[in-house]
Design a protein around this ligand. Sequence first.
Ligand code: KG4
Ligand code: ZN
Length: 342
Amino acid sequence: MKNAEQVTILAIESSCDDTAAAIIRNGKILANIVANQSVHEKFGGVVPELASRAHQQNIVPVVQAALEQAGVDKNELSAVAFTIGPGLMGSLLVGASFAKTFALGLGIPLIAVNHMQAHILAHFIKDGPDQAVPHFPFLCLTVSGGHTQIVLVKDHLQMEVVATTLDDAAGEAFDKAGKIMGMTYPAGPQIDQLAKNGDPFRFEFALPKVADNAMSFSGIKTSFLYFLKQQVKEDPNFVQQNLEDLCASVQHIIVKHLLIKLKKAITLYKVPEVAISGGVSANSYLREKLTLLGVEMDKTVFIPKFEYCTDNAAMIAITAHFKFLNGDFLDQSIRPQARLSF
Ligand code: KG4
Ligand code: ZN
């Protein structure tokens, strides 16, 4: 039975290669289920066609598991939320169609959530009563496999992109560098792990030269590729013998580029608080260097819990919660958008 006092939302995330569902009640996450797709591993990146097929397979069991874990009956739901974009169209369509059908069947409202906004609002998921959340306005470096932006967050639902990548995303740079070294997808976490025993200054790569409000990662990937091609010509075992130093060095240049840009934005926008979000915010070197930057610039730093860094539906759920309170609902004519800004 529905309780008028309670706001209970089912949230679905299917923008890329993770099928996820979460249940939130009055702002508290009751369940958070993610099904990863291992089918992309050997391809070095996400294969869109395979991703949508896997979503189709996973979505019903994932939603069922979320409802069970939360101990919530579908008739208790107040709304259904889904990721409207940005993302892969075939993947988005699976989540959107499921959410629309579910909402229509139950006669409850539909809420569309911007994936990038959700990565940022993951900071507002309260897992404990003493957990601190950022105060507005703050800057958030959002770094994922598809996007890299610095966002000025003015309110839960009011955000402005103040710097963005001109080409590849930071996560893509990690994944492509890993692919060049023969790693499976996603290479980011593997590079992070191997880099822990490597020397970040052993191999030097040039910093991209772009405007203050821009970032670029394709040049890093290309110089890494040409450097390795040359070295492997001279010594076929070069990669294997220098793997940890290579990982540490490429990770160093990616993180250095990100933090130089973040520092410039902090100085320009004079915010007292800074956050990171998205899959790459799980990177231990980025976390460590951001913490040091916070001390250096006397800023409070917010780093998300690991489970809320990479794609998940809890972040869609918390965003949907704020949208519900705002009365921000949509009708059945809504369609997903592969490209979507704030
Ligand atoms: O946010 P996310 O799960 O999906 C997108 O919205 O794209 O981000 C996935 C990206 C991948 O490129 C993955 O390699 C990267 O995040 N990633 C990492 C780490 N964990 C995930 N990159 C570096 N270090 C990590 N520990
Ligand atoms: Zn994401």
